[in-house]
Design a protein around this ligand. Structure first.
Ligand code: AMP
Ligand code: GLY
Length: 437
């Protein structure tokens, strides 16, 4: 492989969300003199990198760009290009990549695969059965036998919308017919996973892996629902904080030894060594941590606070992971806390208007300890406007979670656009764990 000196590298980040803005930001803080590109990027990344107008899922164009621009290292943000084989194509061209092969990305791309993988490797997860698209009657009979609550999932990628937690039998029957008879998720539900409902608090673990070894980034908690108090429909994530106080040292160790290590060992044994980010969605059940899902990438918005706590040089860290050299890498994560509050468009996660003028981003980002990571924004001759559902993530780092949250909300006060919505209770669960009863 063509590992240049880590002092001066040409680095391509693929994606256009808040996660990718945060990745670019952390790379830009490296002590080396690097050339950063973001494809396609957003108005936030353009301040730190050269935006390249290639969509994140245009694999051949991305590969051609990486070769022609002599890219040394590529960090892939979203899952879709990984499942399509971007990492394989780049590695074939001798380029270092943070991201798994298409075969290894099946841990996210196929729940049927990941559930069977966990079962054969003894990794704790909800009991399940997988049904083929034509087996609606069999699935229905299984669901009736188990009863509600129960969880029904499209096996393939469904933009985070393919899991339905059904509290009643009527909901379960509706979810099955939507997936297996009305085909609302199309191909993603050509296989359907039916699984046991797990009770507990959720937390996200991020392991950066190099095929055999891994380092842990800060464990985080996301806020998936649109409404305060975890109400209303699911979103891509409305805020996050890290570390997650709910994950005690003991729980973290148990999750590493019962999930992360057997996952890496199992993938290697099965001939698909896992290199890249392994994001494990955990449910902290009374029986110990169990896997809700694997993702083959960093979380959005968890990445924003997680990377704010990274003390190691991100270029050196990602290069070591991509080159299979994590064994000797001593990753440094600050003992501070970080949090982020997502500002979303009116109507999100349903349909939302675009083109609303945004003000205050510079003032908010100028507050000490605060970074504003952009996502659904576009820069027009009239200034910055909204162009997506999740518009930006206001992120802050401080010695204590309470302070980091207060700094986020102080910064949020400075930003405005018509219809702006955000949750005012980000981190409340984390604070409750920190406050002695
Ligand atoms: P997934 O797409 O598999 O991550 O599921 C999306 C969300 O549904 C998770 O973050 C959980 O909140 C919930 N969920 C998924 N599977 C289960 C389960 N077996 N028991 C309880 N909640 C679940
Ligand atoms: N924040 C959840 C995800 O990135 O999947």
């Amino acid at each position: 492989m063509n590992v240049k000196s880590a002092v001066s590298m040409r680095i391509l980040v693929v994606g256009s969300g808040g996660r990718e803005h945060a990745i670019i930001w952390s790379l830009s803080r490296s002590s080396g003199e690097h050339r950063l590109y973001c494809a396609p990027g957003n108005p936030g990344t353009v301040a730190l990198a050269t935006n390249v107008s290639i969509a994140a899922d245009h694999v051949p164009d991305l590969v051609e760009f990486a070769i022609s621009e002599s890219i040394d290292l590529c960090v892939v943000g979203p899952e879709v290009p990984l499942v399509m084989g971007l990492a394989d194509r780049l590695r074939d061209a001798g380029i270092l990549v943070v991201g798994p092969s298409a075969a290894a990305a099946r841990l996210e791309g196929s729940k049927a695969f990941s559930k069977a993988f966990m079962q054969r490797n003894g990794i704790p997860t909800a009991a399940h059965r997988t049904f083929q698209g034509l087996e609606h009657a069999e699935a229905l009979s299984y669901v009736r036998q188990v009863g509600a609550p129960i969880v029904i999932k499209a096996s393939g990628l469904a933009a985070g919308k393919g899991a339905v937690v059904c509290m009643t039998m009527a909901e379960a029957e509706d979810a099955l017919s939507a997936m297996m008879q009305e085909h609302v998720f199309g191909e993603a539900a050509s296989e359907v996973v039916v699984e046991e409902f797990m009770e507990g608090e959720e937390a996200s673990l991020f392991a950066l892996c190099d095929g055999s070894d891994y380092v842990l980034l800060s464990p985080a908690q996301d806020h998936k629902r649109i409404g305060e108090g975890d109400t209303g429909p699911n979103t891509g994530g409305m805020g996050a904080y890290c570390p997650a106080p709910v994950l005690s040292e003991a729980l973290l160790e148990s999750a590493c030894s019962s999930v992360i290590e057997p996952t890496l060992a199992g993938m290697a044994r099965e001939g698909q060594p896992y290199s890249g980010i392994l994001y494990v969605g955990l449910m902290l059940t009374p029986d110990g941590p169990k896997v809700v899902e694997y993702n083959c990438r960093l979380g959005d918005p968890e990445t924003q606070p997680v990377l704010m706590l990274l003390e190691s040089d991100a270029v050196e860290l990602f290069t070591a992971a991509a080159a299979g050299e994590l064994k000797t890498f001593d990753v440094q994560v600050a003992s501070d806390s970080a949090a982020c509050v997502v500002l979303a468009s009116e109507g999100y996660p349903g349909s939302y208007p675009k083109g609303r003028r945004i003000s205050g981003v510079e003032a908010a980002g100028a507050l000490p300890g605060v970074e504003v990571f952009q996502a659904g924004t576009s820069l027009t001759p009239d200034g910055l406007e909204t162009s997506g559902g999740r518009v930006m993530a206001v992120t802050a780092r401080a010695p204590e979670l309470k302070e980091a949250l207060a700094m986020c909300y102080e910064a949020v006060e400075l930003i405005s656009f018509e219809g702006m919505q955000y949750r005012r209770d980000i981190g409340r669960k984390g604070l409750a764990h920190l406050t002695p009863a």
